[in-house]
Design a protein around this ligand. Structure first.
Ligand code: ARG
Ligand code: ZN
Length: 874
């Protein structure tokens, strides 16, 4: 994406254009029908767009037709069958004065898909052609009112070389096809469902399909196809199973049925995002389709299942009901993430899924919420909408709707969603429409709750629990921190599932849903002879940070005994976070350090020994809190100290429980490969055992990891072993890395892992490794997966990225500058790690800031990077 040229108004453009939510105006013109004719080729595709336009009664009277464009030029223009010269450009917009209320406008453009390195619009990937139009890619194909509240019926004709592009796909249903002149052929598609331009898609290429069918509950037989490059069709089974399961689940749980006779998925190796829900023609990043045991680990399997479901669920939450404008993005994304989370919870272990989702929220969204890029789930303004496909809009958006399910209960919530789909089917709706439908359908009053859509920042809840006579008194006090543009906050509605445990018997005395609405509220509980043990925010019922007063002993008790699995995990995390925060802050004398470690060791030993735990859950309980989550609790942050203290604790636990870890590794290594929970749990623990042994007994860890690598018949074991080896020195490390590269040289997704493992390793010379990898022949800036594999892993490798020399910051700034002209959308994603400077200790903070300033000083930056860097320096 490039900066908009100054509109030809004679005025100087002083700063980037800021789009405001409250400036929304209905479109002046609608386009009920569009026909797109493509003469496809890799470097010169001709597009002829026929738009039937009509004035919108809600628009401005007499307004000209204004069509958005981006990097395209008018190659021909007709209105009502006559060539037209009376048009003008206003910046990137094509403006046409039209006298009547209905016209037919034909526009020709010529585009070069091969030159499209932004991967937005129509682009080439490995010899095929494909599109990505969300949010504003359609305007890179043709001139159009490229906004989600203009819905059109699409007819698409494609003509292309038959040998290079034997498969021609678009949205909806195939209408006709045939051979044409010379070596070309053509196909025509029609989508009966009106849709916004961001849901348009086209694919042309040499692809093979895996096929299946699904019969909907009302008896419609749907043909399913997953299209991949020849050779990849052996790795589509899991995606197909996931798709069929999603279709069934949406009928069973939300009453939503598929609405076309055909559902196509295409996997593409060059893709900015994860996947895209284009009507009837989902386009996926290969990493969320291709999976087999040899090349995909258990996490990859889950990601495929989750993303396939996510995109499928968009057919209702996104396509049938779409967004009025891009400020409403969470309307479809928050809700659809919730739906895919619920689906995955139903497919596997619900508690483990919940823990994973919270871990992602804390690692990705909490830092966003406490940094310079914080924004409400429904933002108020933006410069570049691509910058708002964030953990806040997606994951916090899902948490906000999840709280509605907590407040309403599943049955009433379903009444709310039924009403929402009913009321708004075929419309471009707002977040407010959604909230109102849930209010009306579920019978809730969400007046104050709406603040979750308005206020950014993670609320903090300070908790005190006291006891007198027979009564326990719980006092909750909330604060919502100031965020950019929002200095003062109002209290939120915070639903907290809470239980009190009898201290003497250890019995749960019952769960309550406490709904905190004021700044401070007190709740009393009778019948307690002594101070009970508090279990609060069970299931993570609200996306808040709790300042929990429980003693270490109480946390050890909860980690072993809480009947809410999430609360068990949380107690374990709390215990460790508290210890590490104190250790990093230099607040632990030897005695306090020993006491803290002993408590953690005791809780961990209990988890390892508990026969009632399944291994999948045990695997969650033994994972130490991540460095970013620990950093969230500290200000200022010294990332080097966090790494050092966390590793020291791990080493101590590895030593203290050495025989337990070895026994665990032995036991789990004997479990044969399978996709069932028990086998997956065993694999998770197998590598975790090595993770603890590595800092405690490196020789033992290297021996076991090498053996695990050599014996591996699946990617989970192989990658886990290689990860551990990557953090250690020795010939075994080099041998395993070489073997891995050679073994999977022809599989880009696995080579991505090879880059990530090294860039993200605990090895003290990770920076050196990164620099060498950036020059590796397999590295390229033009493939987003490869760029992310190397540099996102590095930016998340806190000790390496935050090397006191500042070299890590320089590397990321250099990357942003080199990548920006190629792909501004992906480049902008790397600004956030540097943008956290305000929370980092002063010496490093100055270096981080200096790199942001160095980027800002460059002219011709993309709007994407300009916005993120500007906000990070404010
Ligand atoms: N709607 C897609 C999804 O969540 C993602 C589109 C990403 N677009 C972007 N500009 N980053 O399923
Ligand atoms: Zn989505």
């Amino acid at each position: 994406m490039s900066n908009p040229p100054a509109a030809d108004t004679g005025l100087k453009v002083t700063g980037p254009q800021v789009i405001q939510r409250l400036d929304y105006r209905a479109p002046d013109w609608l386009v009920p029908d569009i026909t797109l004719e493509f003469a496809l080729s890799l470097d010169a595709t001709r597009v002829r767009a026929t738009l039937d336009v009509e004035r919108n009664a809600e628009g401005e009277t007499g307004a000209p037709l204004r069509l958005n464009g981006d990097g395209i030029a008018v190659a021909g223009l007709e209105v009502d069958g006559k060539a037209l010269n009376d048009w003008r450009m206003d910046g990137n917009d094509l403006v046409i004065d039209l006298s009547g209320d209905k016209h037919r406008v034909v526009i020709e453009t010529v585009i070069n898909p091969t030159a499209n390195t932004q991967l937005s619009g129509l682009y080439a990937s490995g010899g095929m052609l494909c599109t990505q139009c969300e949010a504003e890619g359609f305007r890179r194909i043709t001139f159009f009112p490229d906004r989600p509240d203009v819905l059109s019926r699409y007819r698409v004709r494609m003509i292309a070389d038959k040998a290079k592009f034997p498969v021609l796909l678009s949205n909806g249903n195939p209408v006709a096809s045939g051979d044409a002149h010379k070596n070309t052929h053509w196909a025509e598609w029609h989508d009966p469902w009106p849709k916004p331009s961001y849901l348009f898609a086209l694919v042309a290429g040499d692809l093979v399909a895996t096929r299946d069918t699904f019969t909907t509950r009302s008896g419609r037989k749907v043909d399913l196809a997953i299209w991949v490059r020849p050779g990849d069709e052996t790795r589509t089974d899991h995606a197909m199973r996931s798709l069929i399961a999603s279709m069934k689940w949406d009928e069973d749980v939300y009453g939503r049925e598929y609405d076309l006779d055909l559902f196509n998925i295409v996997a593409v190796a060059d893709f900015n995002a994860g996947a895209m829900e284009n009507k009837g023609l989902n386009i996926f990043n290969t990493r969320y389709i291709l999976a087999d045991p040899e090349t995909a680990n258990d996490g990859d399997y889950d990601a495929v299942e989750g993303v396939v479901a996510h995109e499928y669920f968009h057919n209702w939450s996104g396509n049938r009901v779409t967004c009025r404008d891009w400020f409403q993005l969470s309307l479809k994304e928050g809700f659809t993430v919730l739906r895919d989370q619920q689906f995955s919870a139903d497919r596997g272990s619900a508690p483990v899924k919940r823990i994973e989702d919270v871990r992602i929220l804390r690692a990705a969204q909490f830092p966003e919420d406490s940094g310079p890029l914080a924004h409400p789930i429904r933002p108020d303004s933006y410069q570049e909408i691509s910058n708002f496909y964030t953990a806040t809009v997606y994951n916090k958006g899902a948490e906000v709707i999840r709280m509605m399910t907590v407040l309403a209960g599943a049955e009433r919530f379903r009444k709310g969603t039924d009403l929402y789909f009913d009321r708004h089917d075929g419309q471009a709706a707002t977040c407010e429409d959604f909230v109102k439908a849930i209010e009306d359908g579920a019978g809730l009053d969400l007046t104050q709750f709406r603040r979750w859509y308005q206020q950014a920042g993670t609320p903090h809840v300070a908790v005190t629990l006291t006891h007198a006579g027979e009564t326990a008194t719980l006092t909750l006090r909330q604060t919502v921190p100031a965020t950019p543009g929002q200095p003062d906050k109002q209290p939120m509605v915070i639903p907290l599932r809470t239980a009190l445990f009898d201290r003497a018997t250890g019995a749960n005395r019952g769960e309550h849903l406490l709904v905190l609405t004021g700044e401070e509220q007190t709740f009393t509980f009778d019948g307690f002879a002594e101070l009970p043990v508090l279990s609060i925010n069970r299931g993570f019922s609200a996306p808040v940070a709790i300042d929990n007063p429980s003693s270490d002993a109480d946390l050890v008790f909860l980690a072993a005994n809480d009947d809410d699995p999430f609360a068990r995990y949380e107690a374990m995390q709390q215990l460790v976070v508290r210890h590490l925060v104190a250790a990093v802050g230099g607040q632990l004398d030897d005695a306090a350090r020993s006491a803290g470690r002993a408590a953690i060791g005791k809780a961990l030993a209990a988890v390892l020994a508990d026969p009632a735990l399944d291994d999948l859950m045990r695997g969650e309980l033994v994972i130490l809190p991540g460095e970013t989550y620990i950093a969230e609790q500290l200000s200022p942050v010294d990332p080097g100290r966090i790494r050092a203290e966390r590793e020291a604790l791990k080493a101590w636990l590895g030593t203290t429980l050495a025989s337990e870890w070895k026994a665990l590794h032995d036991r789990t290594s004997a479990v044969p490969y399978g996709l069932e929970a028990a086998a997956r749990g065993a694999r998770k623990l197998k590598t975790q055992a090595l993770v603890y042994l590595a800092p405690a007994d490196p020789a033992e860890a290297v021996a076991r990891a090498s053996a695990q690598y050599a014996a591996a018949d699946n990617m989970t074991d192989r990658q886990g072993a290689l990860m551990v080896l990557c953090g250690l020195d020795g010939a075994e490390r080099e041998a395993a890395l070489a073997d891995f590269h050679q073994r999977f040289a022809d599989n880009a997704l696995v080579i991505d892992k090879w880059f990530s493992l090294q860039a993200g390793s605990l090895h003290p010379r990770a920076i050196e490794h990164l620099k060498a990898l950036a020059k590796h022949p397999d590295f390229t800036l033009t493939n987003p997966n490869r760029v992310r594999a190397l540099y996102m892993a590095f930016a998340a490798n806190t000790a390496a990225f935050h090397d006191p020399s500042g070299e890590g910051y320089r590397i990321i700034a250099d990357l942003i500058l080199a990548l920006d002209p190629i792909n501004g959308n992906v480049a902008a994603r790397f600004v956030a790690p540097l943008g956290r400077w305000r929370k980092i200790e002063p010496a490093r903070a100055a270096l981080m800031r200096a790199e942001l300033e160095r980027i800002a000083a460059h002219s011709g930056l993309s709007r994407d990077v300009t916005e993120q860097v500007g906000k990070s320096l404010e």
